[in-house]
Design a protein around this ligand. Structure first.
Ligand code: HEC
Length: 111
């Protein structure tokens, strides 16, 4: 029941962000990191080093080298389930997409 647990965690996380974050224009990179940790780290390396536990899953720090991060925004908003085998179902709010992409961009910047 891993995906049920993920959904529960996602709900908790979302409630947390909703409670503490008024909608600001700038992405909340820490919130994005928390989202990545919660939803993505199971398969992708999400930090500035390390390997993905699934070899096919691109480490997040390399994603900005492959795609303009803006091009991912639409895909994330619609749910990236389509291109992901075995990916738990989730849909991110625009706010969460911004935070997640802000985090991914920050990895590229700090390299
Ligand atoms: C259950 C495992 C799994 C989870 C969880 C997962 N991914 Fe992936 N992801 C993959 C695999 C495997 C690939 C490569 C193959 C594919 O696209 O299906 C991939 C590919 C990608 C790509 C394309 C990278 C490229 O180089 O083409 C992006 C972007 C991505 N994932 C983002 C995310 C984000 C953001 C999350 C969390 C919200 C996430 N993934 C969660 C397994 C996962």
């Amino acid at each position: 029941m891993k995906s049920a647990a993920l959904r529960l965690l996602a709900g908790v996380c979302f409630a947390h962000v909703a409670a503490h974050g008024p909608a600001l224009a700038a992405p909340d990179i820490r919130a994005g990191q928390a989202l990545a940790q919660l939803h993505c780290a199971e398969c992708h390396a999400i930090g500035r080093s390390g390997r993905s536990s699934r070899p096919a899953a691109t480490p997040f720090r390399l994603i900005p080298q492959r795609y303009p991060v803006e091009a991912l925004e639409e895909a994330f908003g619609e749910g990236i389930t389509g291109s992901h085998k075995g990916m738990p179902d989730f849909a991110f709010s625009p706010r969460q997409v911004d935070d997640l992409l802000g985090y991914i961009k920050s990895l590229a910047r700090r390299r």
